[in-house]
Design a protein around this ligand. Structure first.
Ligand code: ZN
Length: 452
């Protein structure tokens, strides 16, 4: 049966070649034949030509033998931001670190295809994702190894042991001559640091034991952001897939210098190694790839659609400024932040006061009170929250403004008047509060709940 599928696919491949080199590979072939780099090049260029509104094709660099590291960037490029004006979410995916793990590379390809074809078909969930999110997918990192059907790159290095994170501490097989000694890993590291440092999800795709692995590989300890990883594990198991989800060190084996540990430990991304099952061989599959990988695609859709939640998301519900500052803040995200602070920004834009650091647990709230020096209050001041998106040291810091309408600036209890220049701010915030209340009621009357 397998042989017949290969024969059929080979016939179709021959027909395609006659039909012209510019055409994208027909689905029937794509469903059974793993990509060579040449075929991938044809397919990603066809995507870019046919869907310029959502596909922006670029290259992260080249392999040792000069093959382009195609990155398919998919989003609604007609808009720079989300409809509410905030920055789009960023998701980073790579495939093909190991050139003989074709099913993992196929999963990276199919994720891209799902969003491109879904957009063309007007799939509502896909449109929603692409209007709010950028997907960056480097489908085939070890393109030289892919075409030779070997794990290693052409210099016989295991690319997934070559990253600059505790490089070779576990005495790995063929980790390279030093961290980032290979052009493929160097290019991937640069892409992470320079193009997608804001990503709130990184998934690196492999083939092996059917499992999803979160950090760490280097040590057996649970990562400090364990709540986030366990939350995702529990939701996936609750209704999407029974795929085992574990920390890599215990779920598979200890390893060092992997892109997963680099993505989390150096970049601060929530990172998963997605291992499809163990079909490693070229050139064909009996079962269509998209049905074979249907469950894996469901998991990826869940991770992508919910990327907004994969960090701390602090929302201030109330700030009372009196003799002290009393803050009420909730965390809408599923990651904890351990070092948040409230800042008062004076009229010159300088941080005039900052609270001590405080923690807001994942999906929870906090109500800290801070001693305050009212002398810092000036006209035209504002309040910001400064915090890390996750607990891991490498996590990105964000600085987000606190809406003036939730700030309740009161006179001090000893009867002293507000400092000169702050009264207009108070009036302004009262007016804003009324406006917000009216707007909120309007939304309530419509029965809408747009909060994401
Ligand atoms: Zn692998």
């Amino acid at each position: 049966m397998r042989g017949r599928a290969i024969f059929l696919a080979a016939m179709l491949l021959a027909t395609t070649a006659l039909a012209g080199a510019h055409a994208q590979q027909p689905d029937i072939v794509q469903e059974h034949i793993y990509h060579t780099h040449a075929q991938l090049t044809i397919d990603v260029n066809a995507w870019a030509d046919d869907h310029p509104d959502i596909v922006d094709l670029t290259s992260a660099g080249e392999t040792v033998l000069g093959r382009a590291l195609h990155v398919v960037r998919i989003s609604d490029w007609s808009v720079d931001t989300k409809p509410d004006g905030t920055a789009k979410e960023v998701v980073y995916i790579d495939g093909g670190h190991h050139g003989n793990e074709h099913l993992g590379t196929a999963l990276a390809f199919l994720v891209a295809e799902h969003y491109i074809e879904g957009w063309a078909e007007g799939d509502e969930a896909v449109v929603q994702v692409l209007q709010t999110t950028e997907l960056h997918i480097l489908i085939m990192l070890n393109a030289d190894g892919n075409d030779m059907d070997t794990r290693w790159n052409v210099r016989q290095v295991d690319l997934n042991r070559n990253y600059d994170h505790h490089w070779n501490e576990h005495d790995e097989t063929q980790p390279g001559s030093g961290p980032f000694s290979e052009p493929e890993t160097t290019a991937n590291g640069i892409y992470m640091r320079e193009v997608v440092p804001n990503a709130d999800l990184y998934v690196t795709m492999h083939t092996g034991v059917w499992i999803m692995l979160y950090p760490w590989g280097i040590i057996p300890d649970q990562p400090v952001d364990w709540e986030l990883f366990h939350y995702i594990r529990d939701v996936v198991h609750d209704g999407i897939s029974d795929i085992p989800i574990q920390n890599a060190n215990q779920g598979l084996y200890p390893n060092s210098g992997t892109s997963r540990d680099y993505g989390y430990g150096v970049m601060g991304f929530p990172t998963f190694t997605f291992e499809t099952d163990d079909e490693q061989w070229l050139p064909g599959t009996a079962e269509p790839l998209s049905s074979r990988l249907g469950e894996e695609l469901d998991v990826m859709e869940y991770l992508i659609e919910n990327v907004w939640y994969w960090r701390a998301r602090l929302e201030v519900t109330n700030v009372v400024v009196e003799d002290d500052v009393r803050l009420e803040v909730r965390n809408l995200g599923h990651a904890t932040t351990a070092n948040a602070s409230l800042e008062y920004i004076d009229g010159d834009g300088m941080v005039a006061w900052a609270s001590p650091m405080f923690t807001v647990n994942a999906s929870s709230s906090a109500s800290p009170t801070f001693a305050f020096d009212r002398g810092v209050l000036t006209g035209g001041g504002s309040w910001n929250l400064n915090y890390q998106k996750r607990v891991i040291d490498a996590a990105q810091w964000v600085n987000e403004s606190v809406p003036s309408e939730v700030v309740d600036l009161r006179p001090s209890t000893d009867g002293a008047a507000l400092p000169i220049g702050t009264a207009p701010l108070l009036v302004a915030s009262l007016i804003a509060a009324v406006a917000v209340e009216a707007k909120r009621r309007g939304i309530d009357l419509c029965g809408e709940d747009g909060e994401h």
